[in-house]
Design a protein around this ligand. Sequence first.
Ligand SMILES: Nc1ncnc2c1ncn2[C@@H]1O[C@H](COP(=O)(O)OP(=O)(O)OP(=O)(O)O)[C@@H](O)[C@H]1O
Length: 610
Amino acid sequence: MFPQRLDSPLAYDIAKAMMDGFNRHYRLFRTESARAKHRFETADWHGQQRAQRERIEFYDLRVKEATTRLEKEFKAGEQPMDVWQQVKLHYIGLLVDHHQPELAETFFNSVTTKILHRTHFHNDFIFVRPAVSTEYIENDEPGALPTYRSYYPTRETLGETVERIITNFQLQRAFDDLPRDAGYVVQAMSARLVQVKLRANFQIQVLSSLFFRNKGAYVVGKIINGFNEVPFALPILHNKAGALIIDACLFGEDDMQGLFSFARAYFMVDMEIPSAYVQFLRSLMPRKPRNELYNALGLAKQGKTLFYRDFLYHTKHSSDKFRIAPGIKGMVMLVFDLPSFPYVFKVIKDWYPPPKDTTREQIKGKYLLVKQHDRVGRMADTLEYSEVAFARDRFEDELIEEIRKFAPSQLEISDRDGDGQEEVIIKHLYIERRMIPLNIYLQEAFDAGRTSEADSAAAGNARDQIEAAVIEYGNAIKDLVAANIFPGDMLWKNFGVTRNGKVVFYDYDEIEYITDCNFRQVPKARNEEDEMSGEVWYKVGPHDVFPETFGPFLLGNDAVRDVFMKHHADLLEASFWQQHKERIQAGYVHDVFPYERNKRFVRKVAQAVA
Ligand SMILES: Nc1ncnc2c1ncn2[C@@H]1O[C@H](COP(=O)(O)OP(=O)(O)OP(=O)(O)O)[C@@H](O)[C@H]1O
């Protein structure tokens, strides 16, 4: 029951201190994000990567600070429930004109769950749903940046408008040739506007802050004409001489999904009203869940909160059962899913058969490494949860047995919340996007090829599917290598295929930095006995890797082998890996293109000239 009267003077002070804690958090988060512009202008790529990594830690640090302050100044943990309920009411009052109310509510939840024992309070106490709306929030202060700007070009003034869009960002570094690049953009846009009547509302809307990540800055907006809206993004990069160029013009939902993919690092964006950014981005990608957009903007805790709300909502509106995930079972991870829900749940097992030689802490360390590293579109992001409760009757018995057998320390079955229903409580798990495991994907193509031999079109399709997947697989490994990641275990089953046919890695327990590995050739056999021996007869150090030995594990199938050797034979040579290692050690920061290379203006122009 909520209090009728606000009669505790302490309650307001606690609410205010909590809000101060959040405001400090968002101020620091925003300042760090805003600094990305300067780092981009000065080509401080190492600084950009470091900031991207360090910003992830900000939230937990601020929650810790706020918790300590509330304990110290107000003995918050000892206050009775009616005081805490008043705290919440005051807090809601403070949220009314706030510009990040949804984030501040999540911060309230994080701090209170730390201070009060999780079982101490019920759901009516924390913010299970948003209490304050995020619709139509505006910053009315004079000089405040609007969330987006609108431009009203005609066909004739499109070029000037594109230039104005760019110059409005006031980048403090010269463009190589802005009118030329604006011309490319106009060409690309015009191709979409041929034979289209421009309506009264024809306009271009552009988010007011640039999106920074790695070596790129992205303009994000949409073209509106009549009832049509076309999302677009303009990547701005440094050319070899260090001048700025617009590298491409990305259009449509698929290109935007690629840019904002869950397999990429988070953007740095200077935002006063993040919910307004999310709303705008959602209009560009209506099928992307809001939680993934918050994640992409670096607001991971909000992403996690929203994901969990979506998940609870989904379980209430479905009746299927959690099951062991299809595919080859993991040796260190126990993976399950709910068929109707596009994510998988991963639990670290209690023990691992040889040759796995690792620990729970080491595995967590590897997952953390991936979270903090640039995922270059090739490693799935994970959400980490503890003490997750599921309804027991939604679990297949076989899955319960599997968890009991391999991860008993992670399993509790009880009626913890006392509602008369048994729950399965998993102590710690990771959640990530479900993909089609690459081994299953290839197998489906092999099967289709076999059964359709008489039908040459279908057989051709199956061949194309194998070829595309194998090429993508090699590209995925090469992107990881450029980003200083050695995947460790490169078997097909450790990669998944996304909705757009991208191949993404998801098995992190054997990941190493390329710069920590020692890539070697297998030494020449000393004698016949060595040669005939099935055993490894030479000395192998703990970080030694022998790329030429990958072949037998990967290339058993002839169709796969042919494609692999045509496109990626270099992956089987120690020199390929070693060269990349040396480049990274020399301080080179690779370019990551979250779009296909053939979309780059430089390529297009070169092709046109040729
Ligand atoms: N994101 C995902 N989408 C779909 N299936 C997945 C996903 N992640 C894992 N799986 C399935 O679960 C299996 C085990 O997952 P994972 O490779 O992460 O476990 P592991 O124990 O680290 O594996 P290994 O024994 O190779 O070390 C995979 O082979 C795959 O079939």
